[in-house]
Design a protein around this ligand. Structure first.
Ligand SMILES: C[S@@+](CC[C@H](N)C(=O)[O-])C[C@H]1O[C@@H](n2cnc3c(N)ncnc32)[C@H](O)[C@@H]1O
Length: 240
């Protein structure tokens, strides 16, 4: 049984109550993403056991706790790099004691949670965004997720995350993509077992996502380059 907490915090109150240090302003999930997470969990009160990789300043964690009214588990060894603003923000919001922070690398903490026999209804992966780190996170989170549970990936604009999505879409028949929007992808682990045999492998590299990644990176690295100029031109044309 998961104890239900008595927390009355709206996303607006959370956003007002947290401090985001200037140097880390690009780290947290956006307000619209946090609202999506909050609304999703609020609409599914049966999702109580939650886990998150990547705490940073605690915006997503606060929304998850407020929506589920339940204790939350978070993994992140780098609070010092964030001036401990995750811990401070959750304290400011009165959420101290409503979460457990595992100050360890996810590849150390996740196997431990698994060895303890824990299972989760909802897992948010927003930690190491390099392919190998994020893939290991997905691997363990899959083992920690209950059938019917949900896993949410952040930063789907990034090639490593898109590649992991491509792997799930082609190789994991027991996962269903529920949402791919606003830089996030939500999957439900269906009730079905993972039925792959030991030789199973389906190619998940696609030329389309390779090309898309290089265009995205070019636009990101050259804000005034041809891709962004083309986008602006098209926007103006559409307005006419
Ligand atoms: C993009 S931020 C997370 C933002 C957070 N979800 C929020 O809304 O405030 C990524 C976080 O992942 C953490 N991180 C990076 N590598 C990690 C790893 N191997 N294990 C656990 N956490 C990691 C970083 O310390 C950072 O806090």
């Amino acid at each position: 049984m998961t104890a239900t907490l008595d927390i009355h915090l709206t996303p607006a109150e959370i956003n007002q109550g947290i401090t985001i240090p200037q140097a880390k302003s690009s780290s947290p999930v956006s307000q619209s993403q946090a609202q999506t997470i909050y609304d999703f969990l609020k609409a599914r009160p049966e999702l109580k056991k939650t886990l998150e990789v990547g705490f940073a300043i605690g915006r997503s964690a606060a929304h998850i706790i407020a929506a589920t009214q339940s204790h939350h588990q978070v993994i992140d060894p780098f609070q010092e790099d964030y001036g401990s603003w995750g811990i401070k923000n959750l304290k400011q919001l009165g959420l101290e004691g409503h979460y457990t922070l595992h100050e360890k690398l996810s590849h150390e903490a996740l196997p431990q949670l698994l060895a303890e026999g824990l299972k989760f209804d909802f897992i948010f992966i927003d930690g190491d965004h390099r392919f190998d780190g994020a893939f290991i996170d997905f691997y363990y989170c899959d083992l920690l997720l209950k059938p019917g549970g949900f896993v949410l990936l952040h930063d789907t604009w990034m090639r490593p995350i898109r590649l992991i999505m491509s792997f799930i879409n082609t190789n994991r028949a027991n996962y269903k993509l529920e949402l791919d929007a606003d830089n996030m992808a939500l999957y439900q682990k269906t009730q079905a077992e993972d039925e792959r045999d030991g030789m199973h492998f389906k190619e998940f590299y696609t030329s389309k996502s390779y090309a898309r990644h290089h265009l995205t990176m070019h636009a990101y690295e050259h804000p005034h380059g041809w891709i962004n100029r083309l986008k602006e031109g098209l926007k103006k044309l559409m307005k006419k």
